[in-house]
Design a protein around this ligand. Structure first.
Ligand SMILES: Nc1ncnc2c1ncn2[C@@H]1O[C@H](COP(=O)(O)OP(=O)(O)OP(=O)(O)O)[C@@H](O)[C@H]1O
Ligand SMILES: [Mg+2]
Length: 320
């Protein structure tokens, strides 16, 4: 299952991504946490020292593309592969339970179990539709080639910005948690996201954060309605983690820990919709090809789409 944490700057995306990844890893399943935000802080939040961070995916796009395209005859070279280029027959697919060059080369261990992958730092200039070298594109390629199952988790700490809408990254998840503080700005980002996501059947749930009391919950409830899944309150334990004083999950207030359990349960309850996933991969690839990618690569990238390729776990059909 793949989940993104999005929200306004400072709302708590990184904090909740890290807590959720640690909590989920503790339940036993493999967890990959990916830092795809402009400000790269997820490593720190997962207790990884600066010098133990993994190699940044965004700085090795060619290596990643070279691996993923495998011997897919529709992709002429790594240079012709853009962030939306979908897998086809011959592409290398990724699995969380099996070693491969991408996980071996770009994932680092963290103290509480999740593996960490990072895009590496990027700037506003790296964002935008016409960005061939988009660092976040590495995450999109990863998710497009990943075949994940129930009980396996990818948690992405991400900006809620226009880039993920333009490229289709926001459609690559089974669920998106929108982190909202109980403020007008916090719920404003929610409305934008919801309006965009609604056209694409993208499931979104709101996680209230830094809530101080019943008025805050009431405010969120009023503006977000039934999309409000759960709230985490403003937490002394989280503040202490931020200050580097202590970091055990067991220090978390019981109601905040229970809220993490609600998030996991909600994610586990999502139906994986591989047909939607495949349809939208194609849809956004065609959109990008027309908007800029054909021009950037000098090829007609619509030819990269393999109509016979089936997204998701493929069943081997037995004869007779
Ligand atoms: N429930 C909470 N209780 C107390 N402090 C919190 C809580 N959630 C987040 N914080 C604090 O709020 C600050 C911002 O959180 P965080 O860095 O996770 O936000 P972000 O959305 O990832 O921000 P950015 O947009 O800068 O990446 C941090 O100092 C964090 O420790
Ligand atoms: Mg952050």
């Amino acid at each position: 299952m793949r989940v993104a944490f999005v929200g306004k700057g400072g709302s708590g995306k990184t904090t909740l991504s890290a807590l959720f990844a640690r909590y989920t890893a503790r339940q036993g399943g493999p967890v990959v946490a990916i830092d795809a935000d402009i400000n790269q802080h997820l490593g720190m939040a997962l207790g990884v020292e600066e010098d133990a961070l993994p190699r940044p995916m965004g700085a090795h796009l060619t290596e990643i593309k070279e691996y993923l395209r495998g011997d897919n005859p529709r992709i002429s070279s790594a240079a012709a592969m853009v962030k939306t280029t979908p897998p086809g027959r011959g592409s290398r697919l990724l699995r969380l339970e099996e070693p491969d060059a991408i996980h071996a080369g770009f994932a680092a261990a963290t103290p509480d179990g999740p593996k960490l992958m990072v895009t590496g730092p990027f700037s506003e200039d790296d964002l935008g539709v016409a960005c061939y070298h988009s660092k976040v594109g590495a995450v999109e390629l990863y998710l497009n080639h990943l075949v994940d199952h129930a009980g396996e988790y990818v948690v992405v700490d991400m900006t809620a910005g226009a880039d993920s809408f333009a490229s289709g990254l926001f459609t690559r998840f089974d669920l998106t948690f929108l982190v909202a503080e109980p403020t007008r700005q916090g719920v404003g980002v929610y409305r934008q996201y919801r309006d965009y996501a609604a056209d694409y059947d993208v499931p979104v749930a709101v996680v209230g954060n830094k809530v101080h009391g019943p008025e805050d919950v009431e405010f969120l409830r009023e503006h977000v309605g039934d999309d409000l899944l759960v709230c985490l309150r403003h937490s002394a334990a989280i503040r202490a983690m931020e200050q580097g004083r202590r970091s055990g999950l067991e220090e978390l207030e019981p109601d905040n820990a229970a809220a993490l359990g609600v998030l996991l349960k909600h994610l586990d309850a999502q139906e994986k919709d591989w047909p939607r996933f495949g349809r939208q991969a194609v849809q956004f690839h065609l959109k990008n090809a027309g908007a800029w990618a054909n021009r950037a690569t000098g090829e007609d990238l619509s030819a990269q789409i393999d109509p016979e390729f089936v997204f998701g776990p493929t069943r081997v059909s037995l004869p007779g």
